[in-house]
Design a protein. Structure first.
Length: 185
């Protein structure tokens, strides 16, 4: 009974596969939104103010970073929790694929969230004259919360991987065999 339960539990990881595949639809949606913004930018480039153009470009960077984060979560998550991704030797392989465990994936996600938040905050600062100072303060507090959280996650991961220090560098003495008495009864 225990073996059957463990087998079913282990195979249930495949329920994650459609979820990771579903993230590809989110990447497609981001791609559509990206090119919608590019099309809008190109149509209005001659009449657009420089600050507005920079805001649109920052939005494009934001979308690209979220897309990269989705790909990283999708592929690394699948490989860590479902099955190894087997790619033919003649195909291009991402350098990080197969090398990112769940701990390093969390660190990459946290760093990406901080970067995305930074870009969002920069966009807000560029339009700060139209934003209430109380809202602006909360945007900064939320961003700093992301930064501190990412730092603490990395620090806790480092502590968790740290091996306890050795108390001595001297190897223990091997046990000496007890002398045998050669007396016969």
């Amino acid at each position: 009974m225990e073996q059957l339960f463990e087998t079913l539990l282990y195979r249930s990881r495949w329920f994650l596969a459609p979820i990771y595949f579903g993230l590809t639809l989110a990447v497609v949606a981001l791609g559509i939104k990206f090119f919608q913004e590019v099309f809008h930018l190109l149509l209005h480039i001659l009449t657009m103010k420089e600050a507005d153009m920079i805001l649109v470009i920052l939005s494009l960077i934001d979308i690209a970073m979220v897309g990269g984060l989705l790909i990283m979560v999708m592929m690394s998550g699948y490989e860590n929790f479902v099955s190894r991704i087997d790619i033919n030797d003649d195909e291009e392989k991402l350098s990080w694929l197969g090398k990112m465990d769940s701990s390093s994936l969390k660190a990459k996600i946290a760093a990406s969230i901080v970067a995305i938040s930074s870009i969002h905050l920069l966009k807000i600062f560029m339009a700060s004259e139209s934003i209430d100072s109380e809202k602006l303060k909360w945007y900064v507090i939320i961003h700093l919360t992301f930064v501190v959280s990412a730092f603490l996650m990395g620090y806790l991961d480092k502590i968790g991987r740290h091996e306890p220090p050795h108390t001595t560098d001297i190897a223990p003495m091997p046990n000496k065999p007890k002398p045998h008495s050669n007396t016969t009864d």
